[in-house]
Write a protein that binds this ligand. Structure first.
Ligand code: ADP
Length: 203
């Protein structure tokens, strides 16, 4: 039961004086974890797929997810009529251990990283989180969206991923149990470890 208006601006600043006294707000970093491995193995409410606009499957993590979910996932995706860059759509997980797959389409960056690409990548995280909220799901895992075939620079992408999740957790007061950054490459593991220490310092 969330009675708040959906159109309230991102920097709704009515929580200034509650921050210190609200016990729910003190351990937001406990909700975030870093996992290196195959996202299709996670038994969780939702995993995010770095899909392409067609939503009809592709290489990389998208291919892994479709293989592990079975052909029903492709049938479900056919009903969705594709997806625009920065947006997200949800399906069941079918044969996957996850309950749902949130398909989002990252920008094709080809090694570049301008403001527009950054906005689009941030929007992938925000759109996925919005679905998590509207479907009342409590746990989600993100792969490193756009940083494979789509060529978004890994470090910039990780900064966007971690800062967007942090912003969202603070804003929404963590209405979730767990958010997982699921990295696949050792290079991303290293980058994310550092970003998480910066954004979620242990004191
Ligand atoms: P994009 O097209 O958005 O760049 P890719 O699937 O090519 O998406 O790559 C996104 C990230 O997903 C890369 O870091 C890649 O190493 C990683 N990846 C590939 N397979 C898996 C998997 N099974 N689980 C988690 N991450 C994966």
């Amino acid at each position: 039961g969330d009675a708040k208006p959906k159109d309230s601006p991102a920097e709704h600043a009515d929580d200034d004086d509650e921050e210190v006294s609200d016990p729910q707000n003190t351990n937001l970093s406990d909700k975030v974890s870093l996992y290196r491995g195959d996202i299709t193995k996670l038994k969780i409410d939702a995993i995010v797929n770095a899909a392409n606009k067609s939503l009809l499957g592709g290489g990389g993590v998208d291919g892994c997810i479709h293989r592990a979910a079975g052909p029903k996932l492709l049938s479900a995706c056919r009903q969705l009529n594709g997806c625009n860059t920065g947006e997200a759509k949800i399906t069941p997980g079918f044969d996957l251990p996850t309950k749902h797959v949130i398909h989002t389409v990252g920008p094709i960056a080809k090694g570049n990283c301008d403001e527009r690409l950054k906005r689009q990548l941030k929007s992938c995280y925000d759109s996925s989180l919005k679905l998590l909220e509207t479907q009342d799901l409590k746990s989600i895992a993100f792969p490193c969206i756009s940083t494979g075939i789509y060529g978004f620079p890994q470090d910039d992408a990780a900064e966007i991923a971690v800062s967007t999740i942090k912003e969202w957790l603070f804003e929404k007061r963590a209405p979730v149990d767990r958010i997982i950054f699921c990295v696949f490459l050792e290079s991303d593991h290293k980058i994310y470890k550092e970003k998480m220490l910066q954004h979620f310092p242990i004191d």
